[in-house]
Design a protein around this ligand. Structure first.
Ligand code: AP5
Ligand code: MG
Length: 237
């Protein structure tokens, strides 16, 4: 971290398919942060058949939100694992006003408030096609796209060689519901964070437009690691 600056405590916010997972992967490859992705955590819980996974599976498949109570518990336990000096970024949480207020309460009591919220503002018309082309490696959350960042070997994760999967919520019908939920329940958070003066909105719809803006923003406040990974262009989540 830059001397005198607190560790990065960043929230990435954006509609389904805006590139939160993709940009998280790039940030993690180039800055000292741990990523907490609510969607990845839920998918892992489903794959492992945990109680949380059983409670979340139906909502996720239908594009509905998992309850605030489950989400707060899940994310709190991940934050608990990190030290006060550890930088982190949140992808997908909070996404309701209740979650945002509860998170602020928790972080304020730890004296570790969020210090940046980046809104990924991508036009809706480009997003559906991205989702239709998406393949994921569930255990790691790594994200691929058949045109934008295809895996080195068709159908296989670059790192483990394990099979890639389609997400059950990546179909036009469910996507419509996810988008609707986003407008209704998550977009109000933009005003909430704007009023706290920590919101930055970045726009772009091509592969290389948004990340350079994020990098510049973070470099002004947080020092990158000594040897930035060559994998900056990889879309890993
Ligand atoms: P979650 O997994 O968070 O899904 P989401 O918010 O719908 O977002 P996505 O993961 O679909 O998109 P993304 O923005 O990460 O985009 P990506 O980088 O993959 O949540 C899933 C579900 O879990 C929710 O519907 C809900 O049920 C539940 N849930 C999770 N959190 C919750 C919470 N807090 N409260 C309640 N319920 C919760 O990119 C998309 C595609 O585009 C990829 O193929 C990628 O390769 C490609 N791409 C990315 N960037 C570019 C680019 N610049 N150019 C071209 N292609 C690109
Ligand atoms: Mg994601």
């Amino acid at each position: 971290m830059v001397e005198g600056c607190p560790p990065l405590r960043l929230l990435l916010i954006g509609s389904p398919g805006a590139g939160k997972g993709t940009q998280s992967g790039r940030i993690q490859n180039n800055f000292e942060v741990s990523t907490i992705s609510s969607g990845d955590l839920l998918r892992k819980n489903i794959a492992q058949g945990t109680e949380i996974g059983k409670r979340a599976a139906k909502e996720m498949k239908n594009g509905a939100f998992v309850s605030d109570e489950v989400m707060v518990k899940l994310i709190d336990s991940e934050l608990d694992k990190l030290g006060a000096e550890q930088g982190w970024l949140l992808d997908g949480f909070p996404r309701t006003m209740t979650q945002a207020e509860t998170l602020d309460h928790t972080l304020d009591s730890l004296n570790q408030p969020l210090n940046l919220v980046i809104h990924l503002n991508v036009p809706e018309e480009v997003i559906l096609q991205r989702i239709m082309d998406r393949w994921v490696h569930i255990p790691s959350g790594r994200v691929y796209n058949m045109t934008y960042n295809p895996p080195k070997r068709a159908g296989l994760d670059d790192v483990t060689g394990e099979a890639l999967e389609r997400r059950p919520d990546d179909n036009p019908e469910t996507f419509k519901i996810r988008l609707q939920k986003h407008h209704e329940l998550t977009e109000p958070l933009l005003d909430y964070y704007k009023n706290k003066n920590i919101l930055v909105s970045l726009a772009g719809n091509t592969s290389d437009e948004i990340y350079p803006q994020i990098r510049e923003l973070l470099q002004t406040r947080f020092k990158p690691e000594e040897s930035p990974s060559e994998a900056e262009g990889q879309g890993q989540a």
